[in-house]
Write a protein that binds this ligand. Structure first.
Ligand code: APR
Length: 243
């Protein structure tokens, strides 16, 4: 690990427009399960049933039971880990240009990162499909105790502010992310399996735009061959050593 950290330090010392690109592995050490890899959620829950927008439209109770049993309890308790705080430190040192995250837990913002692009939305806002009234995650969870799926006071079904499979990514987030991808001098992937598009197209575009590509991920990813450096270690440990 010593040798890879010194290589990483060298790349970071010559960059000042770093984009940090985080996935579920980055929040794993905050107690939030990943989707793939060891013990991943999708090995227990079929995402085409529990996290797909078409299935949600047919029967929202699948998603909401997944939210009630798996997501809300861990996200509610989760706190930022050393990795989140290390990114805040990199920002303070004027090294970090943007954080682009696939995570919906909001932990980057809680840790103090000031410029976070959430590609897959977030759980903070939950809204009524009929009247657009907005609920907090806690309110939705309380309504869930009475009704599955949870319903608005107008009777409409509630929908999370996260992007389900089959849904387009928020256009503003996608546009901001693509701009950052094309203008960064280093693209640092932290805890992502890099299999879900269009997010997973970003490392390649960054590399083509001239950025150094570093992938920090416990398991191998399909983009390892094009990376300038691959570190198969815990992202929070690597970042703490870097800082
Ligand atoms: N440090 C670094 N990597 C880790 C750690 C860790 N502490 N723990 C797990 N990993 C790695 C795993 O090896 C795995 O390859 O993190 C990766 C997590 O991959 P996924 O669970 O697929 O998460 P992600 O890449 O963010 O998934 C993308 O898929 O299901 C959708 O919308 C969901 O945003 C998610 C998207």
């Amino acid at each position: 690990m010593k040798e890879t950290i010194s290589k990483l330090k060298k790349f970071v010392s010559t960059s000042d427009q770093i984009v940090a690109f985080t996935g579920a592995g980055f929040s794993a050490e905050s107690g939030i399960s990943t989707f793939r890899g060891a013990g991943g959620l999708w090995s227990k829950y079929d995402p085409s049933i529990y996290a797909d927008v078409n299935r949600f439209r047919e029967d929202p109770s699948y998603y909401w039971s997944f939210f009630r049993d798996e997501r809300y309890p861990v996200i509610k308790r989760a706190k930022p880990n050393e990795g989140h705080f290390a990114l805040v430190e990199l920002e303070k040192r004027g090294k970090l240009y943007r954080v682009i995250t696939q995570n919906i837990d909001g932990l980057h913002q809680v840790a103090g990162s000031s410029d976070v692009i959430e590609l897959h939305g977030n759980t903070r806002k939950i809204f009524c499909l009929s009247c657009d009234r907005v609920y907090s995650m806690d309110e939705a969870y309380r309504l869930l105790q009475e009704d599955l799926p949870p319903r608005c006071s107008c009777g409409g079904v509630l929908k999370p502010g996260t992007v389900l499979f089959g849904e387009p990514l928020p256009q503003a987030a996608l546009d901001m992310a693509m701009l950052a991808v094309r203008n960064c001098d280093m693209f640092l992937v932290l805890g992502s399996s890099l299999v879900v598009y269009p997010a997973a197209s970003m490392p390649r575009i960054a590399k083509k735009s001239g950025a150094v590509l570093v992938i920090v991920n416990i398991d191998p990813t399909p983009l390892d061959d094009m990376a300038d450096l691959v570190i198969n270690e815990s992202a929070s440990k690597v970042l703490s050593r870097l800082i």
